[in-house]
Design a protein. Structure first.
Length: 343
């Protein structure tokens, strides 16, 4: 029997104390990862950390050259698309509003530019902020309309719009994410499951698994982080969701220690991997990515930090779960070194 496989990746800025490109790529190579998602990076090594979509064309060329030197590939662009207000209303939040045309010409265009410069086929995105004190389901169609415009631009550019589940956004749980995906009905739109973004909202392990099940028909990518809030399977009928103060989240843990139910999810995922890998390969990707974004030393609205040691712990924790679930994965080995040296 052929063992179903996933492709491992990480947000490399989480593994770098100073977020320099050299630190990030060195960490990825040493840990054994061949793929990563760029987000915040200091390309020049001069202390100037910028979001990848804000890099100049010259900086993007330098970063692409480093990818060749370190033999790494880009999983996705860790964009901020969809992390702005859907409507221009004062709802007491700190979230910005950008007029749609200006957003397309600015943030979206820069993200497409970065994706092409770095050879990315996929962009991590979000579902927009609804007014903070209102229910998200009320704004589902308006979110779909905004996402659809960007996703269609991505399709013209050969890019995948990967939509992440996250607290406080319209797509804040599996049910809402499935609703968005069903209405969008586009081949280049896939969903990103993230257990830690659910358990940090108070979902129990069983509830996280149920949210994953709702997303599974549209799944194309998964982020791996976890959170511990003390909930157990006995809490599965409790209330979860609602507004989360992201600045106060402090209990992120490796995937084998938290409340997201990764062991349930991975055991179920194994049976669906052949079809999911086939879907992603048709979109020009090597298969389903499981991407480490562990936040084990802290996380917030636009990123997190694990350090090189924390990232190493998180990768080993995920690999232990994959071994348990019977899912294959690739880390660098001596054959990769032979190939790089031209043996």
């Amino acid at each position: 029997m052929v063992t179903p496989r996933v492709v491992l990746s990480a947000f490399a800025d989480e593994a770098a104390n100073h977020k320099t490109a050299l630190e990030q790529l060195t960490a990825m190579s040493a840990i054994g990862l061949k793929w990563y998602t760029p987000r915040f990076v200091d390309v020049e090594g001069d202390g100037n950390v910028e979001h990848v979509v804000e890099l100049t064309d010259d900086q993007l060329k330098k970063l692409a050259a480093l990818h060749k030197q370190y033999h790494v590939n880009v999983t996705s662009i860790g964009s901020r698309i969809g992390k702005v207000k859907l409507l221009d209303v004062n709802d007491g939040s700190k979230n910005a509003y950008v007029e749609p045309k200006a957003y397309i010409e600015g943030e979206v265009a820069n993200t497409i530019r970065a994706a092409h410069a770095l050879g990315a086929k996929m962009v991590r995105c979000f579902s927009f902020y609804h007014p903070q004190k209102e229910t998200p389901d009320k704004y589902l169609q308006q979110s779909v309309d905004r996402i659809a415009e960007i996703a269609d631009l991505f399709a013209e550019e050969g890019l995948v719009y990967a939509l992440e589940v996250e607290a406080n956004l319209i797509g804040q749980n599996g049910e809402l994410m499935a609703g968005l995906a069903k209405r969008l009905d586009r081949e280049n739109v896939v969903l990103i499951f993230d257990g830690g973004n659910l358990s940090s909202q108070g979902y129990s392990p069983v509830q996280c698994f149920q949210q994953y099940q709702q997303m599974r028909p549209y799944l194309g990518y998964a982020h791996v982080k976890d959170y511990t809030s003390g909930l157990t399977e006995a809490d599965a009928d409790g209330e979860a969701g609602g507004h989360v103060d992201e600045d106060m989240l402090k209990n992120f843990v490796p995937a084998n220690e938290g409340d997201s139910g990764h062991e349930y999810i991975l055991r179920d995922l194994r049976a669906h991997l052949p079809a999911l890998n086939k879907k992603m390969e048709a979109l020009g990707l090597p298969g389903l990515f499981l991407e480490l974004e562990p936040h084990v030393k802290g996380g917030g609205q636009f990123g997190g930090f694990s350090g090189p040691d924390g990232m190493g712990v998180a990768v080993r924790a995920l690999c232990s779960l994959l071994d348990y679930a019977g899912i294959g994965y690739d880390l660098r080995n001596f054959d990769d070194i032979r190939t790089a040296r031209g043996f």
